[in-house]
Design a protein around this ligand. Structure first.
Ligand code: IPE
Ligand code: IPE
Ligand code: MG
Length: 247
């Protein structure tokens, strides 16, 4: 039986993990304390995705524009990345999680780049959950780098050829895109891949985004009718016309 929308779990969940700074400021703590709490929240989220049978989790950890933050915060985030890597990789491995870093690595220090490559290698055989961490990532960067790779090879730019060169070519497009922190914007996240993602905005700050909040997002997702340009009758199978039947 084809699962109905009331029972399916989104195959690929993408998250803009926003609100760490506000979480810290509300507690009179430095912003980096919020980012540390955000890493803990992310660990719980990975476990929650595993528990719910989600196949792909993609998170926005550092945007192309986040370099414009105070130098102290940027260096704190770089350190946190390196530290979290060494701390989390063994448990990711134990849980069958394949870690992938998505973004422009060239601006990262050699030490961080080596750490990323090692973590990817160490988890590369895992199949239970693909965990994409977007770091120094921007949707515009992604489209430009994909087009550039085609241009260098003299290949035609088509939707299909671009799609194959995008940084998330190894996974299907996200079904559900969540943004925490209350802002109603994409902030240069998956501009290409989110073309037909269902959007969910949560007022919870990222460090407070727990299993219940994820379940709420999934419950809302289940109420959505994904039409991909078709009519409601087509996707619900109510149409009797063969030519307009849902794919
Ligand atoms: C998201 O939290 C994490 C990063 C962008 C690195 P923020 O740091 O943007 O938190 P707010 O939006 O200032 O609260
Ligand atoms: C988006 O959050 C980037 C990440 C969560 C990594 P921002 O806090 O940078 O987004 P804006 O600046 O509020 O749009
Ligand atoms: Mg923010």
């Amino acid at each position: 039986m084809v699962p109905t929308s009331s029972t399916v779990v989104p195959n690929h969940v993408a998250i803009v993990m926003d609100g760490n700074g506000r979480w810290a400021t509300k507690r009179f703590l430095p912003r980096i304390a919020g980012h540390k709490q955000g890493v803990d929240s992310l660990s719980r989220c990975v476990q929650a995705c595993l528990d719910r049978g989600i196949s792909v989790l993609t998170v926005f950890a550092f945007s192309s524009e986040n370099w414009n933050r105070p130098a102290e915060e940027v260096s704190g985030l770089m350190e946190l990345l390196a530290y979290s890597l060494s701390k989390e990789v063994p448990s990711l491995n134990a849980n069958g999680v394949q870690l992938r870093f998505v973004g422009d690595r060239t601006r990262l220090s050699e030490k961080v780049q080596a750490g990323l490559a090692q973590a990817e290698l160490d988890t590369s055989a895992n199949q239970r959950l693909i965990f994409n961490v977007c770091f120094n990532y921007g949707g515009r960067w992604d489209i430009a780098q994909a087009a550039n790779r085609l241009a260098v090879r003299g290949e035609a730019i088509t939707e299909l050829s671009l799609d194959r060169e995008m940084a998330l070519a190894h996974v299907p497009d996200p079904d559900l895109l969540i943004r925490t922190g209350g802002e109603l914007r994409i902030s240069n996240f998956l501009l290409w891949q989110a073309a037909y993602s269902e959007l969910h905005f949560s007022d919870k700050l990222w460090p407070e985004f727990d299993e219940a909040a994820l379940d709420e997002a999934i419950a809302v997702f289940r109420t959505r009718e994904r039409r991909f340009g078709k009519t409601s009758a087509q996707v619900s199978g109510r149409s009797t016309n063969e030519n307009t039947k849902a794919a």
